[in-house]
Design a protein around this ligand. Structure first.
Ligand code: ADP
Length: 408
């Protein structure tokens, strides 16, 4: 696409210039802010802003996450027909909260009055199953996106897998960005722009006292980032630009959902979580007290600790008494505890105390969050903290949107 020079974009270029004026005396802190996802809202380069509409996509193994930036004022300087299409796209996306049968906008996550590339606007957060990508492309065509958008910035494995489909079906190119870099950039940007983004669970095992408590994440380094999507990736983060993948496991959110569907006949993540909320995993798992008759005190193992996940299910009698709810709960506990255990070992190895859990496995899933919170605190003698973020699954999509400046 040719360099874009509508009035709004020229204003943002001017703003960029102004924000970069005092170079000589620029502090390290402000340098870092520039790097770590446009904390001040202005981009760092002199490239023209890409034409509206602005989208960032993270095409994952299970869910595709789409972030849409809605400018507060309609950009001036576009042609009349472009403005009409822009308006109709904006109206369609912002007046609905579901799209087709499977697309959803997470209205509770919407962020108003954020500044992106010098423009004030609202971030909207939309998700749909990656298996419905064909339907998404048909919809994009119907809504006129293909007429306006020539390039979409994208991250996640699907940015490679679906590249040809985007080209063939809607004549759009994908500007691809690294998944982990996008994740980190998006996370830092959202946290800076949302004062209530980061939190922890206090008293996670006490139903009456347990509560969400805000956490100041403004000086976060070093920390461990545990992304629980279909699978799990664990990153060690030392600065806004320094992160490495230190571990991972294929036993992630996809495993929970897959096993739950097999064991209970449920058909959705929401259904699986609903069943788990009503189940009791101790009917399924073998606990320390099932083996020892109580605690294994010598090694500090409480009787209620799971000694063997699903360890009761070899008994036909036990199997005949177990409910779908119990099986769903045991699956959730098994997968979550395994992730918690790997994360804790990584935190020890990397010598970090803060462990941030993100990814859509944590969506509508307080049971898993509280289990992780309890496990991290208990097994580290309270030296480690499990932290959570409100926009749990959307950081990759935001991060690639931040990095895109119109290049194809
Ligand atoms: P990915 O990028 O691998 O798709 P996500 O961070 O989007 O990863 O998380 C995917 C996981 O989130 C699923 O495996 C499932 O455990 C959980 N999940 C949450 N909401 C849904 C949903 N509506 N449909 C399917 N899975 C969901």
């Amino acid at each position: 696409m040719a360099p874009h020079n509508c009035k709004g974009c020229l204003q943002s270029i001017l703003a960029n210039k102004m924000s970069q004026e005092p170079q000589a005396g620029k502090s390290n802190q402000s340098m870092e802010q520039d790097i770590n996802g446009e904390a001040n809202g202005f981009n760092n380069s002199d490239v023209y802003n890409p034409a509206m509409p602005w989208f960032g996509m993270d095409i994952g193994g299970t869910l595709s996450k789409l972030v849409y930036f809605e400018p507060k004022d309609m950009m001036q300087g576009e042609s009349e027909s472009e403005i009409e299409i822009l308006k109709s796209i904006r109206k369609y996306l912002t007046k609905n909260s579901s799209y087709g049968k499977t697309g959803h906008r997470d209205t509770h996550l919407q962020m108003d009055n954020v500044v992106l590339r010098g423009i004030v606007g609202t971030l909207h957060f939309i998700r749909f199953p990656t298996s419905k990508m064909k339907n998404f492309l048909v919809l994009a065509n119907q809504k006129g996106m293909a007429k306006l958008v020539t390039t979409v910035c994208a991250t996640g494995g699907g940015a490679y897998k679906f590249e040809e489909d985007f080209k063939r079906e809607v004549n759009m190119k994908l500007a691809k960005y690294d998944e982990f870099e996008s994740l980190l950039k998006g996370l830092l940007y959202i946290d800076k722009n949302n004062p209530t983004e980061c939190y922890y669970w206090s008293n996670p095992t006490d139903g009456t006292k347990c509560s969400k408590v805000q956490y100041d994440f403004s000086s976060p380094y070093p920390f461990l980032l545990v992304n629980i999507g279909s699978g799990v990736s664990i990153l060690s983060v030392n600065s806004a630009t320094e992160c490495k993948r230190v571990s991972g496991t294929s036993l992630g959110g996809g495993t929970f959902l897959g096993l739950c569907c097999l064991l209970t006949g449920c058909n959705s993540f929401e259904e699986a979580i609903g069943l788990a909320a009503e189940g009791d995993h101790t009917h399924v798992d073998k606990l320390v007290k099932d083996i020892y008759g109580g605690d294994y005190a010598k090694f500090g193992l409480p009787g209620d600790l799971v000694a063997s996940s699903f360890g009761q299910m070899n008994s036909r009698d036990r199997r005949s008494k177990v409910s779908r709810q119990d099986l769903a709960r045991a699956t959730l506990v098994t997968i979550t505890n395994n992730i918690g255990s790997i994360a804790r070992m990584c935190a020890i190895q990397q010598k970090v105390e803060r462990v941030v859990f993100i990814g859509n496995f944590l969506r509508v899933n307080p049971i898993a969050m509280k289990l992780l919170a309890y496990a991290m605190e208990y097994w580290s003698n309270a030296s480690m903290k499990a932290l959570f973020l409100e926009h749990e699954g959307y950081f990759g999509a935001v991060g690639c949107l931040l990095q895109y400046h119109g290049e194809t």
